[in-house]
Design a protein around this ligand. Structure first.
Ligand code: F6R
Length: 260
């Protein structure tokens, strides 16, 4: 796993956006996996600035990681609405190329299968952007999720509902269920890019990067990914035992990768 430690949240966003922009420059029809929540907002802001400066994202496809079950699409916190507001409009994506799981489907299991088929039909995800929950979830794959799981219905952990209460009028309003790409789905992405900032994420980052691969810290499954990068700020890195090693690796990279 590549671990890059930068100063603060804005630097996390700038570096993640640079990686995504590099991909899109090389592959204008890239397929991105997009996360919601607060972690990737700085990344989207930095990408929007690049779009304003001429980066063309109009042929990029996007697949959201997850969606709440039973929430109206025009609710401001539905992930349909969030992806539209934070990603599609500011980045200039074509809405016809943007996909979010259907949390209102009459047959939710069929909607999940259909979502997996849509990802396959698009050629698979080139780069999956991820945030991480304080309990180590990626997507809404809560602790004890199967490491091989595919897109499916999940019950949100009480911790996640508490963490996400800030987006709703009250904790009770946070939906109980969601559809989420599975850990196996995420592992299929050709690259994974996890962004995190702040001390509240420090424990999860330490467990995911340096702990054992375990469904108790679902993000640790990224240790099995061949091209996973974790971009974090100093606060989120504060519980890493090998932080100095990661810093040295980045500082001396040019010596082994000329031109990098
Ligand atoms: C969001 C998602 C979640 C969040 C995680 C962190 O689509 O899949 O895994 O990335 O809950 O949320 P924030 O960034 O709000 O702390």
């Amino acid at each position: 796993m590549e671990v890059v430690i930068v100063e603060g949240p804005e630097e996390v966003g700038a570096l993640a956006a640079a990686r995504i922009a590099e991909l899109v420059a090389a592959r204008p029809r890239a397929v991105l996996g997009v996360a919601t929540g607060s972690s990737p907002l700085a990344t989207y802001r930095a990408l929007a600035a690049r779009a304003d400066a001429g980066l063309d994202l109009s042929r990029v496809s996007a697949f959201a990681l997850d969606e709440y079950v039973g929430i109206r699409r025009d609710h401001p916190e539905s992930y349909h609405a969030v992806v539209d507001r934070e990603v599609v409009r500011p980045l200039g994506l074509d809405p016809a190329l943007v996909h979010v799981p259907d949390g209102l489907a009459a047959d939710l299991d069929a909607a999940c299968e259909d979502y997996e088929a849509q990802i396959v039909a698009a050629g698979g995800i080139d780069l999956q952007l991820l945030g991480i929950g304080t309990n180590g979830h990626i997507g809404f794959n809560e602790p004890t999720s199967s490491l091989a799981s595919r897109t499916r219905v999940k019950t949100l952990a009480p911790r996640t509902r508490e963490d996400n209460a800030r987006f709703f009028a009250s904790a009770e309003e946070v939906p109980m269920h969601c559809l989420t790409q599975g850990l196996g789905t995420i592992l299929d992405a050709r690259r994974a890019l996890l962004v995190a900032h702040g001390a509240a994420k420090a424990r999860a980052i330490a467990e995911v990067v340096e702990g054992p691969v375990s469904s108790m810290w679902p993000g640790s499954v990224l240790q099995l990914h061949r091209r996973a990068t974790v971009v974090i700020d100093e606060a989120a890195a504060s519980e890493l035992r090998l932080a100095d090693y990661y810093r040295a690796t980045v500082a001396h990279r040019a010596a082994v990768q000329p031109g990098a």
